[in-house]
Design a protein around this ligand. Structure first.
Ligand code: FES
Length: 155
């Protein structure tokens, strides 16, 4: 039988406070059994789920998306490598998109990001008269559009 952890043990090992674990449980992201004394007891494999939730949240993925992903894992048994591989494959496009966003943020922040501020010298070249606004709200060039897209959209 899989060893079980108390909420304190799960909190210490995962780095998530007991209140956070209870919140995850209330959303159905993790599950506990109850001891004879009605105490929560978590299967040790919950550590992997909590690690997944914590890391995915840290890179900006919503709890809804995380819940959808975790819902693909089997209930009532410890997920296998195959189960996690399937989840990982389904998430690859989303993570690739997130990685591309982070790379743009890292590489393009000292240039015009098409946000409409027109505060940098480069804005005159890359976003004259804020034509990026024609593509929609927000920093268009950080979100994957290009000055060429803005030029076409502005007509
Ligand atoms: S950086 Fe804001 S419009 Fe160029």
């Amino acid at each position: 039988m899989e060893p079980h952890l108390t909420i304190g043990e799960l909190a210490r090992r995962s780095g998530v406070a007991p209140s956070g674990l209870r919140y995850y449980e209330s959303l159905g992201l993790i599950a506990a059994e109850r001891s004879a004394g009605n105490q929560r007891r978590y299967a040790r494999s919950m550590l992997r789920r909590v690690a997944f939730i914590r890391t995915a949240s840290r890179v900006g993925l919503t709890l809804e998306r995380i819940a959808d992903a975790l819902a693909t894992l089997p209930e009532g048994r410890t997920p296998t490598k195959k189960d996690w591989s399937r989840l990982s494959r389904s998430w690859r496009p989303l993570l690739d998109e997130r990685i591309a966003e982070l790379e743009r943020l890292r590489d393009d922040l000292d240039s015009c990001i098409g946000c409409g501020c027109l505060s940098l010298q480069r804005c005159r070249l890359q976003n004259p008269d804020d034509r990026a606004a024609a593509l929609g709200p927000g920093p268009r060039y950080l979100e994957g559009d290009s000055p060429g897209d803005a030029e076409r959209a502005a007509g």
